[in-house]
Design a protein around this ligand. Structure first.
Ligand code: C2E
Ligand code: CA
Ligand code: CA
Ligand code: CA
Length: 274
């Protein structure tokens, strides 16, 4: 028995080492990355539940490295968040997204919004609001067409700085959306206090809709009472869409409509729609 314990410990240790090495390699790759060459933004259409019109797009970052190949954001974003790299990556993302989508805005419906994900480290940085303002000016992107998505955990964590940053961002006319809503612990009071504009229902609730209908209805009622717009993420089937059509949900996003697309494919998607 003793020998087995020893073995399982060694096994754990080895798995841990492999994981640490991988994280180290990803970190090194990010540090050495040529952003314009190794990063790309994909865009996933956001759809009006009732009309089926495209009313927005969410920018999702992709990283492709010479030796590591494609690394998913689920893997590299937490690593970038752990060592400050997310600040320069986040600025690159904002600039790229505003440059890509800016020229399309005029052709789109006047409700069209660009959604960009931001990390807590960006909201905690004193310089972030200035960087954001500079990027909006440099790209001539209309502020009221931008939505920043922050995770529920991020937005309700009680840092004064985060609250100040959110207020400053909102004073530019930029909207704030709470991502992965329902997975954290925000109260009505906190959401009201933060003056957010939108909630995105976490895709886990949409995936298990049979079991989570009551929760989804509760989130929709809560959003309604606060006057927020609501997006349902991860819509993959017609059944899920048909259910959401019977509710006050405003927007939907998911593979049922489209996967995240390269900028070029996103443009084709738009021209096929109109
Ligand atoms: P998220 O913001 O919740 O983005 C939604 C994720 O769900 C994306 O994964 C998207 O490709 C995927 N998705 C969309 N529709 C469906 C569907 O119908 N079914 C399923 N199963 N999945 C769907 P992705 O692109 O791998 O991104 C993962 C996470 O990485 C994002 O979750 C976000 O938290 C983070 N992320 C991505 N880009 C950025 C970025 O530029 N900055 C920051 N800070 N985080 C980012
Ligand atoms: Ca998001
Ligand atoms: Ca989400
Ligand atoms: Ca509504």
């Amino acid at each position: 028995a003793k020998k087995q314990e020893g073995n399982s410990f060694a096994f754990y240790d080895e798995a841990h080492t492999v994981k640490m090495n991988r994280a180290f390699n990803v970190k090194t790759a990010l540090q050495q990355a040529d952003f314009d060459r190794d990063f790309a933004l994909h865009y996933q259409p956001v759809i009006d539940v009732q009309t089926g019109h495209v009313v927005g797009a969410e920018a999702l970052l992709r990283f492709s490295h010479a030796t590591l190949g494609r690394v998913s954001p689920g893997e590299f974003i937490p690593i970038a968040e752990n060592n400050g790299l997310i600040l320069s990556i986040g600025e690159w993302v904002l600039r790229r997204a505003c440059r890509d989508i800016g020229p399309l805005i005029e052709m789109m419906s006047d409700r069209f919004k660009l959604a960009v994900n931001v990390s807590i480290q960006q909201l905690e940085s004193r310089t972030f609001p200035f960087a954001l303002k500079a990027i909006l000016e440099e790209t001539q992107f209309p502020q009221d067409r931008l939505v920043l998505e922050v995770t529920e955990e991020t937005s309700v964590s009680h840092s004064e700085r985060v609250k100040e940053t959110i207020n400053q961002i909102k004073s530019y006319g930029v909207d704030i959306s709470i991502d992965d809503f329902g997975t954290g612990y925000s109260s009505l009071e906190k959401l009201h206090h933060l003056k957010v504009d939108q909630l995105k229902i976490d895709q886990s609730f949409i995936r298990e809709l049979d079991e989570t209908t009551a929760i989804v209805r509760a989130i929709l009622a809560m959003g309604e009472s606060l006057g927020l717009s609501i997006v349902a993420e991860g819509v993959e089937t017609k059944d899920q869409l048909d259910f959401l059509k019977t509710t006050t949900c405003d927007y939907v996003q998911g593979y049922y409509f489209s996967r995240p697309l390269t900028f070029k494919d996103f443009q084709s998607f738009l021209s096929n729609k109109t």
